[in-house]
Write a protein that binds this ligand. Structure first.
Ligand SMILES: NC(=O)C1=CN([C@@H]2O[C@H](COP(=O)(O)OP(=O)(O)OC[C@H]3O[C@@H](n4cnc5c(N)ncnc54)[C@H](O)[C@@H]3O)[C@@H](O)[C@H]2O)C=CC1
Ligand SMILES: O=C(O)CCC(=O)N[C@@H](CCC(=O)O)C(=O)O
Length: 497
């Protein structure tokens, strides 16, 4: 059922089509083997997908919430049935270890129930009595929306837009990352099997040209994007002058993690590693800057952190002894991390644990820790999307917080501190959409809003709040019969007979 062929690349109006655009393929970054190949969707095929979504919109949006929910539940049940196959495909296409991709599929399954609750709580129907009649709040779907997904969670993150969008009654054209087409194809096959009517969810695969054709098309009523800030900003520019279209951007971060005083240094080291190196540093929430106090306690923490980083197992996604870190998404992404490290060293940083690409044909890199204390004034405010953590030593917490906030991004931030008073000080001063205390800053909950400030997003938080951008409110005052009010406004008379 989940087999792939080159003739089944795009799913438009309930049918699989061969692509008419550029040939592209996805590569297993751990084994350097081709996983999937096909031709991207041409602009004409993108157009067909949008027409199909438009045609399907009326019936889908008028169907009952319960009937839409039933299909979402079928999909969740199919994910459960196919979880091993899907999690193995994610591992193969991204290099992430299978223990981790199993958690990705579990998050996808959990999204169904969470989105149902969010829909009812945030966008349900509310009635309030009025002196004459009642006030009713309802929500309507936007229409045809485009969903763009990133490669790092090729199942979970697009799914986090797709499920709430469908529950709200929108129809969709989905453009996944061109690095993970297999996972997208498998997901869409499961939706079809779940009973989604033709045209409600369409899949167009391809590279930037396909993305541009979709994002710039006048037929979309909205676009839900998870990906890099660079692409998100391009989309934002493209949407300028279209205030009637909804744009939800979930983008990158340059996230700080500050340590003050902690008794259990092993626990602190665990939380640092989980924040910086999980998914080989390829989470938007990953810690990029670690602030540790100057002095002997900080020195000891760093000494132990270095030892622990050197013990992190890096390896194949399917190894019997599972690694903590798999390969990065591509050999190119790995070599970009080596270059980023080189650039920081050239600026005057000191390597404490050197990130190394294990061979130039694969995405394997070892985790790195680099002391950038001497170059904070010239530190580039860039998201280095990989396992390279920058260390900054500080003496004054206000300086540390100021440096932590000295970024155009604002996605996640964390404090490791035993004193509640430290957190009380930190929380109102740090600028981020996710602020954690004594917990890793990765692994955000789908049951909470998920989004950042600055260039991390555009105030359209996802996860629990995705319901908000999937529907617009319609406020009505209603009275069953046209009725004359008891008192007329001054100056009005209806003595007309
Ligand atoms: N805030 C959040 O929720 C999350 C953000 N991210 C961010 O995503 C990035 C990694 O994902 P990537 O796949 O590299 O992102 P990306 O921006 O390269 O690609 C995202 C999607 O946009 C498409 N695309 C790329 N250029 C386009 C263009 N000019 N016009 C239209 N579509 C275009 C891609 O094909 C893909 O489907 C990181 O920056 C990470 O921080 C990742 C996960 C979660
Ligand atoms: O979208 C949700 O349901 C919750 C947010 C989430 O799962 N975040 C993950 C992955 C996102 C990323 O960082 O790429 C996390 O915070 O680890």
């Amino acid at each position: 059922m989940l087999q792939t062929t080159q003739d089944q690349t795009h799913f438009i109006d309930g049918q699989w089509h061969k692509g008419e655009g550029m040939l592209f393929h996805s590569i297993d970054p751990a084994k350097n083997k081709s996983v999937w190949q096909g031709n991207g969707a041409s602009a004409a095929q993108v157009e067909l997908a949008l027409e199909a979504a438009r045609k399907a919109f009326i019936d889908w949006s008028l169907s009952s919430f319960d009937s839409r929910l039933a299909i979402v539940k079928n999909f969740a049940a199919l994910l459960e049935e196919n979880k091993v196959e899907l999690s193995h495909a994610i591992a193969k296409e991204t290099g992430k270890p299978q223990w981790e991709t199993a958690t990705e599929v579990a998050a996808m399954i959990g999204k169904a129930g969470i989105s149902e609750r969010a829909y009812l709580e945030r966008t349900g129907t509310v009635e309030n009595p009025m002196p004459a009649g009642k006030a009713v709040l309802r929500h309507r779907p936007h229409g045809v929306v485009a969903v763009f997904g990133p490669y790092n969670f090729p199942g979970h993150l697009p799914n986090g837009h797709i499920i709430p969008a469908l529950l709200a009654g929108n129809t969709i054209v989905f453009k996944p990352s061109d690095l993970t087409p297999l996972v997208a194809e498998m997901m869409v096959k499961l939706w079809h099997k779940a009973g989604l009517p033709d045209g409600v969810l369409n899949l167009v695969q391809g590279q930037v040209d396909t993305g541009k054709a979709l994002a710039s098309h006048p037929q979309i009523d909205g676009l839900f994007f998870t990906g890099s800030s660079n692409t998100g900003k391009l989309l934002h520019e493209q949407f300028a002058g279209s205030p009637g279209k909804i744009l939800a951007l979930e983008m990158g971060g340059n996230n700080p993690l500050i340590v003050t005083e902690v008794a259990d240094t092993k626990a602190a080291i665990h939380d640092v590693i989980q924040s910086a190196y999980v998914t080989s540093g390829q989470r938007c929430t990953c810690a990029r800057k670690l602030f540790v106090p100057s002095g002997p306690a900080g020195d000891k923490l760093i000494e132990d952190l270095i030892k622990a980083i050197k013990l992190i197992r890096v390896g194949h996604y399917d190894a019997d002894e599972q690694p903590f870190m798999g390969a990065m998404i591509s050999a190119k992404a790995a070599s970009l991390m080596v270059s980023a490290q080189r650039q920081l060293l050239d600026l005057g940083a000191t390597s404490l644990v050197t990130l190394e690409q294990q061979d130039t044909d694969t995405g394997f890199v070892t985790p790195g820790l680099i002391d950038v204390t001497a170059i904070t004034a010239t530190l580039p405010d860039e998201e280095h999307f990989g396992p390279l953590l920058k260390l900054i030593r500080y003496t004054d917490i206000d300086d540390a917080i100021a440096l932590a906030n000295d970024t155009k991004f604002g996605l996640s931030a964390g404090l490791l501190a035993d004193a509640q008073s430290d957190y009380d000080y930190f929380l109102p001063r740090i600028r981020a959409g996710i602020v954690n205390w004594n917990r890793p800053i990765t692994g955000a909950s789908s049951a909470a809003p998920f989004g950042g400030i600055g260039e991390s997003g555009n105030h359209r938080a996802s996860a629990y709040y995705a319901a908000d951008y999937c529907a617009y409110p319609v406020a009505s005052v209603e009275l069953e019969k046209v009725t004359l009010p008891g008192t007329l406004s001054p100056g009005l008379s209806l003595d007309i007979e």
